[in-house]
Design a protein around this ligand. Structure first.
Ligand code: E4P
Length: 217
């Protein structure tokens, strides 16, 4: 499973990248607002920092406007994935861009039929938002299972990018289902490393080691 960081904070991305486990980054207009940075500037910086796909979202709602913005975004770097909303114009734009060899992340997916449409439009990634579905009392992970089944039925190459991840449990469930990618806030990714028994084990091993008076190097 690939791990993407869902953030536009450069310091957080740099720290995660240094773990060697970061495969990409997703941004959205709200994350850009939170960062307080200029959109094109921050996306350019992220695309240099991370080798894998960096999603940058269009804000136009019509196909022509989306194409204009996508043309600007895809010029930034080869690893830019243009993010488009799951609307008829978004999917028309997806079809055009993917036909040109540009990576496209179709975002704001809340149903399996929407995911089917995105795959037919040639999306590189489909982003189902599990946390936002949970928020309204619909089990987000059921959507991931349904999409996995449909994509496997037809051998679609579109990668399932589990988005709106809020906790390590979301990551675990997505991995058990066989999602291709998950994108999570950096704090959730760091939580994955933690277990109290790991900390306790290190403390007791260190105590015993010190008692031996030995050195390794
Ligand atoms: C995905 O690409 C989105 O940026 C993100 O996962 C949305 O998450 P949220 O529902 O926590 O805002």
């Amino acid at each position: 499973m690939k791990f993407f960081a869902d953030t536009a904070e450069i310091a957080d991305i740099r720290e995660l990248a240094s773990s060697g486990l970061l495969d990409g980054v997703t941004t959205n207009p709200s994350l850009v607002k939170k960062s307080g940075r200029d959109f094109l500037e921050v996306v350019t910086e992220i695309a240099k920092l991370v080798k894998g796909p960096v999603s940058a979202e269009v804000v136009a709602l019509d196909h022509d406007g989306m194409m204009k913005e996508a043309n600007r975004l895809r010029k930034i770097a080869d690893n830019i994935a243009v993010k488009v909303p799951l609307t008829p114009d978004g999917l028309k734009t997806c079809k055009k861009l993917s036909g040109d060899g540009t990576m496209v992340n179709v975002t704001l997916c809340f149903s399996a039929n929407q995911a089917l449409l995105a795959a037919k439009a040639g999306a590189s990634f489909i982003s189902p938002f599990v946390g936002r579905l949970d928020d309204i009392g619909q089990p987000g992970m059921e959507l991931i299972s349904d999409i996995r089944m449909i994509y496997d039925n037809y051998d679609f190459a579109t990668e399932i990018l589990v988005a709106s991840v809020r906790s390590p449990i979301h990551v675990l469930e997505a991995a058990k289902i066989g999602a291709d990618v998950m994108t999570a806030p950096p704090a959730v990714i760091w939580q994955l490393f933690k277990h109290p028994l790991t900390d306790a084990g290190i403390a007791s091993f260190l105590k015993d080691w010190q008692a031996t008076g030995q050195k390794i190097a």
